[in-house]
Ligand binder design. Structure first.
Ligand code: ADP
Length: 397
């Protein structure tokens, strides 16, 4: 059963075609600069050959048409009806969606309702959904939400200490993001370590350009670091993470900026980029640190410190921990950052296996065999979860 997995941004459309029976990736790519001069399709077929095609792509409908044409022209599929269903990644499902759903008019309305909470993402996802509906009207579509896995977080953990009316009137609460990744990695961690997921305490550290961390008890998320938006929590590539909210007013007065401008800086010019003044990329920061750059060293240390702080608090929330997993660009590849984090955890009985910790982008246990808490690297695969959920829902039709 071939599932087309789509992740739409405002000017990009990423896709993967996955055979959901064998879980094999058949093709992948991205339409970039949609509606902007210089739009381009990058495509990788199952032979692994990459191709880049410059092409006028005026809108998301044209992008979908181009993707489908490329899939057929390349012989990956021989006809469009070989695509059994489309799975859409949706960033914000608010309190409407606790799991993935078949897309119908009501679902579209509710995704649209959540647009105020994710103005950069949900409207773009809707463009993708509408484009697919137009071009493949008979193909079932499923929505898979970044927020859904976190809907099990209890009210005492998702409430902010603010007037309750803000929650009632404006939906102000913690939602959490990267849920698809936290779900996949926690399940895979249990499988990989031979733990009973239904009787387990797992902390997942999704450390990428955007980073978040979750406390997962018996397979259900009970707390996570991101909040109403993906700005809360860990220090990230360009995002500040947690800070004193009074900083907004303080900086507004001193820099003559309004809150929108400041939040933009907190999203795009803060994090390790802001601290280092060099880069949001941890590879650049390591190079600079090794050359003696003090701010690059500080940025890496502050990043690792915040992760440690969350792990500590989530151990308290979970009342213990069986396993800690690292995933995403930094978590899967940056051995020194993992090392900086794990060396602070010996109070938990965690012992790092320095040799095993050299792993890059592969599933591995990086703690020693006598470590009380297992520490692993588990590469995330959000697209595969979207394909699995889509298959499961479509098979019930
Ligand atoms: P996102 O999906 O949030 O954009 P990713 O999970 O793809 O981000 O992570 C991207 C980040 O991973 C890069 O910005 C870089 O900092 C980091 N990264 C990737 N490869 C390595 C590596 N080999 N060593 C250190 N960091 C790496």
């Amino acid at each position: 059963m071939n599932i087309l997995v789509i992740n739409c941004g405002s000017s990009s459309l990423k896709f993967q075609l996955i055979d959901a029976n064998t879980e094999k990736l058949l093709a992948s790519g991205i339409c970039d600069r949609i509606g902007i001069e210089g739009s381009v399709l990058q495509y990788k077929g199952k032979d692994g050959v990459k191709k880049t095609q410059e092409s006028r792509i005026l809108n998301h409908s044209e992008a979908i048409s181009l993707v489908l044409k490329t899939l057929t022209d390349s012989g990956t599929i021989s006809a469009l009806d070989e695509i059994a269903a489309v799975g859409h990644r949706i960033v914000h499902g608010g309190e409407y969606f606790k799991e993935s759903v078949l897309i119908d008019d009501e679902v579209i309305k509710n995704i649209n309702d959540c647009s105020a909470l994710a103005p950069l993402h949900n409207p773009a996802h809707l463009m993708g959904i509408r484009a697919c509906r137009e071009i493949m009207p008979k193909t079932p579509m499923v929505a898979v939400f970044d927020t859904a896995f976190h809907q099990s977080i209890p009210p005492k953990a998702f409430m902010y200490g603010v007037p309750y009316e803000w929650y009632e009137k404006h939906k102000v609460r913690k939602y959490g993001f990267h849920g698809t990744s936290h779900k996949y990695v926690s399940q895979r961690t249990a499988e990989f370590l031979g733990l009973d997921l239904q009787n387990s305490k797992i902390i997942v550290c999704h450390l990428g350009n955007g980073s978040s961390i979750s406390a997962i008890k018996n397979g259900k998320c009970i707390d996570t670091s991101m909040g109403l938006t993906p700005l809360e929590g860990l220090i990230m590539g360009t995002r500040s993470g947690d800070l004193d909210p009074a900083i907004l007013d303080y900086i507004a007065d001193r820099e003559g900026l309004n809150t929108k401008a400041i939040v933009n800086i907190l999203n795009k010019k803060s994090g390790v980029l802001g601290i280092s003044g060099i880069s949001s990329d941890f590879r650049d920061l390591l190079d600079a640190d090794l050359k003696g750059n003090a701010r690059a060293k500080l940025a890496r240390a502050a990043f690792a410190y915040r992760v440690v702080k969350y792990i500590g608090s989530f151990c308290a929330v979970l009342i213990g921990v069986d396993a800690i997993s690292f995933c995403a660009g930094v978590g899967e590849n940056a051995q020194f950052i993992r090392g900086m984090i794990v060396e602070h955890l010996d109070f938990l009985g965690v012992k790092l296996d320095n040799e095993a910790n050299k792993v890059c982008g592969k599933e591995a246990i990086i703690s020693t065999s006598d470590s009380k808490v297992k520490v692993c690297v588990v590469p995330t695969n959000e697209e595969l979860v979207i394909a699995r959920d889509t298959k499961a829902i479509v098979e019930r039709l």
